[in-house]
Design a binder for this molecule. Structure first.
Ligand code: FES
Ligand code: FES
Length: 305
């Protein structure tokens, strides 16, 4: 089945869902298609078109482990990577609440934020909250009373520095706080906490990213590398050695982010000159001004690569 190269939702429902026009209008406004499956049928609710029959696709039920809950919902990004997967005890109301809340968040966001990432973040948070609400509503009354006031937590599994880790996370928890507060990995630093300094850079599924902007709820199954994971068999990573050799730090606060960003830079492609290194490292700031030495360290490792 062809999936679009933009964020979309897959919903596996144990019985055929009935989506009212109100839901479809919310979906169109949000701009994320929904592929809804029930046993023996499949329908795509496009962002612009009328609902279209696409057949049942039983292989997708197997791939996503669907069928045990009334609803299994999967959020895919533009490269069809799973960003979130959740089971819920009810389908239509859960999806309507999630799509409506995500739409509100997208409309309220300030200008200048990337549309795809905003859509994914909003959908991930809204889905997490809607599924929790559906689970809470489905509990017996006594059980509900017992948990009222308790924080709303999601279960998320990650692989951090090669180790499987399981987190109970609030939907708003960002990766930086999860690493530092929940997992005790304090190598990633909190500088600006708004995606502008790069002190919190880690590598997620091979890509460098600002962990202060990444919601844990979006990272089910992701592989995360932090500065603590670079040493292998007691041996520093070549980039760590180069930073030491070139004296590429003063206070060291930005250094874990600089090193991880530099490693990812070389994995993305070898730079042709110092200008390109500076350009491609421009997301990592150093208040101590160690830039010439940082560039020298990266140039040295690139030259040997
Ligand atoms: S702390 Fe994340 S970019 Fe500054
Ligand atoms: S070494 Fe101090 S901020 Fe970079």
């Amino acid at each position: 089945m062809d999936l679009p190269n933009r964020p979309c939702l897959l919903a596996f429902c144990r019985r055929a869902p009935r989506f009212e026009e109100a839901f479809r209008a919310e979906l169109r406004a949000l701009g994320a298609p929904l592929f809804a499956f029930a046993p023996g049928s499949g329908t795509v609710f496009g962002a612009d078109d009328e609902p279209r029959d696409i057949g049942p696709h039983p292989e997708l039920w197997r791939i996503h482990g669907a069928g045990r809950a009334a609803l299994t919902v999967v959020l895919l990004d533009e490269k069809q990577r799973v960003r979130l997967r959740r089971d819920a005890p009810e389908a239509e109301g859960t999806l309507l609440a999630a799509v409506r809340e995500a739409g509100r968040a997208v409309r309220a966001a300030p200008r200048g934020i990337g549309r795809r990432e905003l859509l994914l973040n909003s959908l991930a948070v809204a889905l997490g909250a809607a599924v929790l609400q559906a689970c809470a509503s489905a509990r017996p009354v006594d059980d509900r009373r017992a948990v009222s006031g308790a924080p709303s937590l999601l279960e998320v599994s990650l692989v951090v520095n090669g180790q499987p880790r399981r987190l109970q996370a609030e939907p708003r928890l960002v990766l930086l706080d999860a690493l530092r507060e929940n997992l005790g990995l304090t190598g990633a630093k909190k500088g600006c906490d708004m995606g502008q300094c790069g002190a919190c850079t880690v590598i997620v599924d091979g890509q460098r990213m600002n962990s202060c902007l990444k919601l844990v709820a979006q990272l089910e199954g992701a592989h995360v590398t932090t500065i603590e994971g670079l040493v292998q068999g007691g041996q520093l990573h070549p980039m760590q050695e180069a930073f030491l050799r070139e004296d590429a730090f003063q206070c060291g606060y930005c250094t874990p982010g600089q090193i991880l960003s530099a490693i990812a830079l070389l994995q993305e492609g070898k730079p042709t000159d110092d200008d390109e290194i500076r350009e491609r490292m421009s997301g990592n700031l150093c208040r101590c001004g160690a830039y010439p030495n940082i560039v020298a360290a990266i140039r040295g490792v690139a030259g040997r690569a």
